[in-house]
Design a protein around this ligand. Structure first.
Ligand SMILES: Cc1ncc(COP(=O)(O)O)c(C=O)c1O
Length: 398
């Protein structure tokens, strides 16, 4: 029988809630618990300021943020999007579900982010966007990505779902591309009650388009509402109180105010929570640096890595166990739940059905077969971290 899970070493929950979140929720509840109300606006304003961008809009999850961004920049059948195969499927699926073709490029062997040197050769006349993913909490090398995008007139959609609060050369993740996409899923560095997301942008027209499609492309004329414009010339009020029009058929990807109120509190704690992750990662690295067969995560110069995850690559021969055996043994002998983020997308049925296959991207293939993600979260105590380090060392047979 597997031992009980130890300390707080599970990978299940990323963030933590306290009395402040509870109080914020109760305030919104007393106010009727609306959607897209004052708490959402307050969260958006604070988030935009935190990231140093002009606009932010709450959405229901990170997938919706990516989807609306792709839609906003004109992704549709006949277009192509460049991204990495080492990500959660939402990055590629947000473009694929709009009818685009996905062009994967391999990853960098040091950072596991997409290899910027391979982007240029993938660009075709149909390429419309690049979606760099700031994997595991570390920003991609954005300067060359932004340069090649500008040269070819491509939109950069930053997938910052792992990297809220992360930085590249002093710029916040999600503030550098056409849009930044964030997730507040329960496992992320901050959460809005299990699900949630945010889109950031500096482009007012794109923001308007994204905001419209997020909420059924609706405009209400004749009265002022938070997300709709007043345009009495286009639709004279006459004796009507208001008139509702829809520019197009859109979606409902809204966030509730209870979620946003929690998000605002979480945002206030973000730097502190990220610092605990950074400190925990440094402690794990120190404790495991001499274990044979383990490649530990590296932080690129000029980057603030916020350690959403702590990936290690396992060389089965040197470590004495392969990745799957390591994960199994850590769970069953030590009570520590280790993950495997991610199975590369070109291995999946969804992308094998789109012409991809295992073996097409050597660095991503190596990661896919050897990556294990050790538990990391802001609540881990020294005792928990010591147990984790001791467990990895104990199961190593190298
Ligand atoms: C890299 C990445 N992109 C996008 C998403 C999608 O976010 P959500 O689960 O909030 O839809 C995730 C979620 O895990 C993710 O890890």
């Amino acid at each position: 029988m597997a031992p009980e899970l130890k300390y707080d070493l599970q990978i299940k929950y990323g963030s933590e809630y306290g009395e402040d979140e509870k109080a914020a929720m109760l305030r919104v509840l007393a106010d009727g618990a609306p959607t897209s109300g004052d708490a959402c606006i307050a969260f958006e304003n604070a988030f935009a300021e935190y990231c140093g961008v002009a606009h932010a809009r709450c959405v229901s999850n990170g997938t919706a943020a990516l989807f609306l961004s792709m839609l906003g920049v004109g992704i549709k059948p006949g277009t192509r999007v460049i991204t990495t195969p080492v990500t959660w499927i939402a990055t590629a699926a947000s473009a694929a579900t709009l009818g685009a073709e996905i062009d994967f490029v391999d990853i960098d062997p040091e950072t596991y982010n997409l290899d910027v040197a391979q982007i240029r050769e993938m660009i075709t006349p149909e390429t419309k966007a690049i979606a760099p993913v700031h994997m595991y909490g570390q920003c991609c090398d954005m300067d060359p990505i932004l340069a090649v995008a500008e040269e070819y007139g491509l939109a950069v959609i930053e997938d910052a779902c792992h990297t809220v609060g992360g930085e590249y050369k002093g710029r916040k993740a999600g503030s550098m591309g056409k849009t930044g996409c964030f997730s507040f899923h329960e496992q992320k560095n901050i959460s809005t009650l299990g699900e949630g997301g945010m889109i950031t942008t500096n482009d007012p027209e794109l923001f308007e388009r994204i905001a419209l499609y997020r909420s059924h492309c609706t405009r209400v004329y004749g009265k002022s509402t938070k997300y709709c414009s007043l345009d009495e010339e286009k639709f004279p009020m006459g004796n009507r109180f208001w008139f509702q029009d829809f520019d197009d058929c859109g979606y409902n990807f809204r966030m509730t105010d209870i979620q946003a109120a929690v998000g605002l509190v979480q945002l206030g704690k973000l730097d502190m929570l990220n610092q605990r992750r950074i400190d925990n990662a440094a402690y794990i690295t120190e404790g495991l640096k001499d274990v044979p067969g383990l490649t530990l995560p590296k932080t690129a110069p000029g980057v603030k890595h916020v350690f959403h995850l702590y990936p290690v690559l396992i060389d089965a021969e040197a470590f004495g166990r392969d990745r799957d055996d390591f994960i199994y043994t850590m769970l069953h002998e030590r009570g520590v739940k280790v993950g495997a983020h991610y199975i590369p997308l070109h291995w999946t049925t969804a992308f094998r059905n789109r012409g991809y296959d295992k073996g097409m991207f050597p660095v991503a293939d190596r990661l896919g077969g050897s990556v294990a993600t050790l538990p990391i979260n802001p609540r881990q105590t020294r005792e928990a971290l010591d147990y984790l380090i001791e467990s990895v060392r104990a199961v190593c047979r190298g």
